[in-house]
Design a protein. Structure first.
Length: 120
C-alpha cells in the first residue's frame, strides 16, 4: 500500500514541482525509466502480497480484481501519454491498488479458516 501511495503522490506532486526540481538538484525524478521501474516494483510487491493471502486464507477474488483494474488504469494513463490527461488514470489506479491491499488486510483479519496460530 505504501508504494502505491508514494506512486500516487509522485504523480500528483511531480507536475506541480517540475520547475523547482532542477534548482533543488532533483531533476532525476522526472525520468520515464524511473516511473516504469516504480510501476514494475509496485506490481511485483502487490502480487507477492495479494496472491499468498488469496490462496491460503480468504479466497476472495475482489482483491485481485481491484489490483488488476488499478494496474490497468495506470498502464492506460502511462501508455496514452499526451493524448489523454494521464494523472486521473494514475491516481485512480493507485487508489484501486491501495483499496485492494486494504481489502486484503481486512479479509485476512476476518478469515474464518485460520486463526492466529497458522498465520505466520
Amino acid at each position: 500500500m505504501a508504494v502505491s501511495l508514494l506512486c500516487a503522490i509522485h504523480c500528483v506532486v511531480l507536475p506541480l514541482a517540475l520547475g523547482s526540481l532542477a534548482a533543488a538538484g532533483l531533476s532525476w525524478l522526472h525520468n520515464e525509466a524511473l516511473e516504469w521501474i516504480i510501476l514494475a516494483g509496485s506490481l511485483i510487491i502487490g502480487v507477492c502480497g495479494l496472491l499468498p493471502a488469496y490462496r491460503t486464507r480468504h479466497r476472495k477474488k475482489r482483491c485481485l480484481w481491484l489490483f488488476l483494474f488499478g494496474v490497468l488504469s495506470i498502464l492506460v494513463g502511462r501508455l496514452a501519454g499526451q493524448s489523454l490527461q494521464e494523472t486521473p488514470f494514475i491516481v485512480a489506479g493507485a487508489a484501486l491498488i491501495v483499496s485492494a491491499h486494504g481489502t486484503n488486510q481486512y479479509l485476512c483479519s476476518r478469515c474464518p479458516r485460520c486463526d492466529d496460530t497458522c498465520a505466520e
